[in-house]
Write a protein that binds this ligand. Sequence first.
Ligand code: COA
Length: 247
Amino acid sequence: MSASQDQPLLYEKPAEGIARLTLNRPDVLNAMNMAVRDELWSALLAVRDDPEVRVVLFRGAGERAFSAGADISEFGTAPSYAEARRARQDRDVWGLMLSVMKPMVAAIHGYAYGAGCELSLLCDIRIASEDAMFALPEVTLGYIPSAGGTQTLPRSIAPGIAREMVLSGEPIDARRALAIGLVSRVVPLERLEGEAMDIAAKLASLPADAVRAAKEAIVRGAGLPLDQALRWEAMIAARLRAGETAL
Ligand code: COA
């Protein structure tokens, strides 16, 4: 990719209805620093509020990574623990991402480690190229995944396999990611871009309110007992029939 590295996150609209967000720090494998998180915050507000945007597509710039996770060089640099906590609460990027009821697609190549993997877990559809590698290595550094990974991974794949990944920090390759359902497709690297755009375009062509309502039903029902989840489904279906817009 030839885009300027001055912008840590690129926001483009490559086709009708699609917002494409590119993590753009290829020299450090698209590690997510404060600047990336700030930009993500603004971009997510923009996609949430822009009626032109029907689908969000995430990818990483450069040859080697979707993202190698949180920027390790910033660890321990917050002025105080309280300040770090306040910053996280003021700008809960991952919570915001989860609240956007528009479909999100992650096109993953190379490393998807730590928050890179977790960001993809907050997307609805993950596709990967054959070179992709996934890991939540936080415990090996003395932390735990805290962009949702301890919760989203066990909700996305078999809980026992999720536990192994979270507790060991061991990476898995694309073939294994496909086998355990962490990604829904693996394609050759040269086809990743096109395939992801095709999926995004397909979703963007469908009735937007129905797609958003379907996502909302999935998100609201996740983790609830079936009877409560079904009540959400019925409520959201009724609201859609009544022509009321989803959140
Ligand atoms: N934060 C900041 N910088 C990072 C980074 C991260 N999470 N991951 C990689 N980088 C930087 C490296 O410091 C290196 O910078 P340099 O060229 O200035 O030295 C550059 O990206 C390339 O990484 P490098 O480690 O040389 O590549 P590699 O092929 O040997 O290894 C990884 C790739 C992903 C295995 C390795 O970079 C890694 O383990 N990164 C950290 C992953 C991680 O723990 N993420 C979760 C954080 S909680």
